[in-house]
Design a protein around this ligand. Structure first.
Ligand SMILES: Cc1ncc(C[n+]2csc(CCOP(=O)(O)OP(=O)(O)O)c2C)c(N)n1
Length: 307
């Protein structure tokens, strides 16, 4: 390990043990041994509890994939989860976030779903600045369907279905999103739970679309970058003298290098971010949420003749 972890807020977590236990589920987690999803789930649970967000005040949305198998194994008591279609979870989560801004919306998806099936949804969520936290589980492959190459797989690395490797360069997720003038971009490592907890806490507090890429170990299918490969390269930006997370140009430079040094932490944040709902002229001065304004409407007469 090349740097010192911040000391996590153990006392506060201990004080809130009852809340924490509500996020724990008695169901068996079926991820492979050493899978980074365990760490991501733990960090998210801790971040929610430390931010004082109870299970009935959050909607957790999952895409299809290995990470999505966590959807029925979190928030076991009184929590709300949604398991969507592959590559489409951002749009479903955004709808929920806009309909009821009083709840916190968190969406999670793999690199396959996000950057092959659903990049259009990601692009417009960033531009629109929907109020939600999005966690990209980047294990550099399609995990659930047993290790095919994704848009994040390293060039030339043999995978199931492409034994000679793919010829295309992988997409750098943070650099891609930073090119869209986002309001929040961060990166973390799945096996550094305390650092990731801090990053997710910052994302939960952000007013707008908070994009967090988690570099996720996948010992079963991604042999190119095993756990020690990451530890040797991680560099938290808050330990870099003069690093300014409000400077988009600096953030892009920091995001680009993924071989010599991998920058982690909040790479970029616009602290004056104005979210999608706040920007809508038609919603100015309206105190109610869209869910309060929905009225019951009897459609029986409309469908009557076709029953
Ligand atoms: C539109 C669509 N395309 C393909 C599939 C088949 N499929 C299900 S899971 C999966 C792989 C998921 O990979 P990723 O999104 O990276 O998540 P991971 O399993 O690695 O967490 C695929 C291709 C699908 N369910 N829906």
């Amino acid at each position: 390990m090349s740097y010192q972890n911040p000391i996590p807020d153990y006392q506060l977590l201990a004080d809130r043990k009852q809340e924490y236990m509500k996020y724990e589920s008695s169901q068996k987690l079926t991820w492979c041994e050493g899978c980074g999803n365990f760490g991501i789930q733990k960090a998210l649970e801790r971040a929610l509890v430390l931010e004082g967000i109870t299970t009935n005040n959050v909607l957790m949305c999952f895409d299809i994939g290995c990470h999505g198998n966590g959807s029925d194994k979190i928030a076991g008591i009184g929590g709300y989860t949604l398991h969507g279609l592959h590559g489409r979870i951002i749009s479903a989560a955004a709808g929920a976030a806009l309909a009821n801004p009083r709840i916190k919306v968190v969406a999670e998806a793999g690199d396959g779903g996000t950057f092959s099936e659903g990049p259009g949804h990601l692009i417009h969520a960033v531009r629109s600045n929907y109020p939600m936290l999005f966690i990209l589980h980047n294990n550099e492959n399609y995990g659930l369907t047993t290790g095919q190459a994704s848009a994040m797989t390293r060039k030339g690395y043999p995978m199931n279905g492409s034994p000679d490797g793919v010829g295309a360069e992988p997409i750098n997720a943070c650099d891609f999103v930073l090119g869209l003038k986002p309001s929040f971009v961060a990166r973390a490592f799945s096996n550094d739970v305390s650092h990731m907890t801090d990053v997710l806490r910052a994302g939960l507090r952000h007013n707008g679309f908070a994009f967090v890429e988690v570099l996720q170990t996948c010992p079963t299918y991604n042999k190119a970058t095993p756990e020690p490969w990451y530890w040797d390269k991680l560099r938290p930006v808050d330990q870099i003298k003069g690093y300014d997370a409000s400077n988009l140009k600096m953030a892009r430079e920091a995001a680009q290098d993924m071989d010599k040094e991998i920058k982690v932490g909040v790479l970029y944040q616009d602290k004056n971010s104005v979210n999608f709902l706040e920007r809508l002229p038609g919603r100015k001065g309206i105190k109610t949420a869209l869910v309060d304004e929905v009225k019951a409407f009897d459609i029986a007469k409309l469908i009557g003749p076709y029953r």
